[in-house]
Design a protein. Structure first.
Length: 308
């Protein structure tokens, strides 16, 4: 089965493409990097030829309310139009647990608009709402600074590993359309401030995390269970401590490997100049991806759009 992943070179998209290919599907990683742009329409028709399923994991390159809304409406309309012309039988979109409870936020109003367009379209669909990723806990702290301290609401959430998100999306994509919403989350419930505090401690990050009931999340006030999936949610298997152990191992191995990749000539040139050898940005590991952030999710930067 041919499955086109719009945003297929990002954190979730790349894992999803890899999983699909391992399972014998023809998976196409579509993004501006590969000549497919959901805003301009560039490359969409060609990418969708013969496709049975389209998975959308794109995100807006701007956080201004009007521009975010314009992005999601334009991108979603374009995809649905091209999908109808190509005879695509299943549209899958990755969204966020709590979207409908966060309308105070301009970003989430745009996500609500995106989901509405999908629900009203003639194309069979599935909307996958996922919780926060373990991979972005540090970035959540970075954008929640007030002075020298990290201020976060002490509310409940159920974050999950990016690998589990990709697996959940794959299961939905290769199955029949739900024509509705399915929620996915991690196997454990935490307080937001508690888990970010633990993540920073694991990184030996000295910043203090303050449990602040007035701290906002993408501009929205949270209640105790705004970010918690419902009773019918599906759950990943990876526990936080398991992910943390894997992340430590991955980061250690990644740094060593990146240093080994530096050429002898480069080492010699840097040595002659008396400069420190620094690792390139691309040497960072998936457990702490480079990101442009917003307070609900942190999205990995990829050329002209942000993708999961």
């Amino acid at each position: 089965m041919k499955i086109v992943v719009i945003g297929g070179t990002g954190l979730i998209g790349s894992k999803l493409v890899s999983n699909l290919r391992k399972d014998g599907h023809e998976a196409v990683a579509a993004s501006p990097d590969t000549g497919v742009n959901s805003i301009t329409g560039e490359g969409i028709a060609e990418a969708l030829k013969g496709a049975s399923v389209v998975v959308d994991v794109t995100n807006s390159p701007s956080w201004q309310d009007a521009e975010v809304l314009k992005f999601f409406e334009t991108s979603t309309r374009n995809l649905l139009t091209y999908e109808a012309a190509a005879g695509v039988g299943h549209h899958v979109a990755l969204s966020v647990v709590g979207t409908d409870r966060l309308s105070e936020s301009g970003y989430f109003r745009a996500k609500i608009a995106q989901e509405k367009l999908i629900n009203e379209s003639s194309i069979p669909h599935s909307i996958v709402r996922a919780t926060q990723f373990f991979e972005f806990l540090k970035s959540l702290a970075d954008i929640s600074l007030s002075g020298d301290n990290v201020h976060l609401p002490p509310v409940l959430f159920q974050p999950m590993a990016a690998d589990d998100v990709a697996s959940a999306v794959e299961r939905i994509a290769v199955g029949p359309p739900i024509n509705g919403i399915v929620e996915v989350g991690g196997p454990e419930e935490f307080r937001v401030d508690e888990l970010v505090r633990r993540r920073l401690a694991s990184l030996k990050d000295p910043r203090e995390v303050i449990a602040d009931p007035n701290a906002r999340y993408s501009g929205a006030k949270l209640s105790e269970k705004t970010l918690v999936p419902g009773n019918n949610a599906r759950f990943g298997e990876t526990r936080f401590e398991t992910w943390l152990t894997q992340a430590r191992s991955t980061n250690s191995g990644c740094a060593s490997s990146a240093r080994r990749r530096l050429s002898g000539n480069q080492r010699q040139r840097e040595s002659e100049k008396g400069k420190l050898i620094s690792l390139p940005r691309t040497s960072r590991c998936a457990s702490e991806p480079f990101a442009t952030e917003w307070p609900g999710w942190i999205w990995r930067w990829n050329d002209r759009s942000r993708i999961w």
